[in-house]
Design a protein around this ligand. Sequence first.
Ligand SMILES: Nc1ncnc2c1ncn2[C@@H]1O[C@H](COP(=O)(O)OP(=O)(O)OP(=O)(O)O)[C@@H](O)[C@H]1O
Ligand SMILES: [Mg+2]
Length: 257
Amino acid sequence: METKSEIIQVFTFTFLAFILMAMVLILFFYYSRKKIVAQQLETKNLEIAHQKQMLQTVIQTQEAERERIARDLHDGISSKLNVVSLNSHLLKTPNLSDAEIINITNNINDLTSKALENSRQIAHDLFPPVFDKFGLKAGIEELIVEFKSTNKFEVSFSNELNLDLLTKEQQLNFFRIIQELLNNTLKYAEAKQVSIKFIRLSKCNALIYKDDGIGFKNSAIKKGMGLTNIESRVSFLKANYLIKTSPDNGFEINITF
Ligand SMILES: Nc1ncnc2c1ncn2[C@@H]1O[C@H](COP(=O)(O)OP(=O)(O)OP(=O)(O)O)[C@@H](O)[C@H]1O
Ligand SMILES: [Mg+2]
């Protein structure tokens, strides 16, 4: 009789122990699942914040660009056309001497050709015509000539890809990235040599940009609009990028696509 109740007791304890274990397991899974979901949520939130930040930069860049164009139009064209208009009214003045007429027409000619030159320059800055007609490679070559003319550094450029396979929009993104990189090298690097290469790797293609300037401490730098813009262009290109730089060791960026 006693053994029977002992068996029942043992059975009950084992059963309770199982229930307890099952409850502990369920609680454990429940809480770890909750933690994972919280972590996923946090990563998503960070991603959204990052995207917001990039969008903000794009808008800021657009505003800065508009401001610059407005300034160029105002100083380079409107003000000149104002004077042209004034001068052409002057031509209506009665009894002008020949010399005065020549003087006024010379003024008008001079100012209209300057306004024309400025409008060409503004259009060129907005969208380089060589780029439109001859593509990215020619665009980069022209950019290099412009930067070389500052006599600050040498630039070498090599390309083993068929860049014409990229869409116009992709080409424009690469063009703007290289333009900003060259700008930064000019502004900060004190470099002697820049190298720009499009190369084929085993599984993908890469753009490698290098200068031999003063570099910077990557962890300490506050990204400006330039680098943030590059980042959003890289993400538009569905590419990846890696910056290698440290004080006195130049600057290098690898963009794989
Ligand atoms: N090639 C380089 N050599 C040395 N320092 C660099 C180089 N490129 C960038 N930097 C440093 O990184 C910082 C951030 O560059 P970024 O292009 O983002 O902003 P910025 O050039 O200061 O401003 P913006 O591009 O908006 O005119 C620069 O202020 C500079 O200190
Ligand atoms: Mg910059």
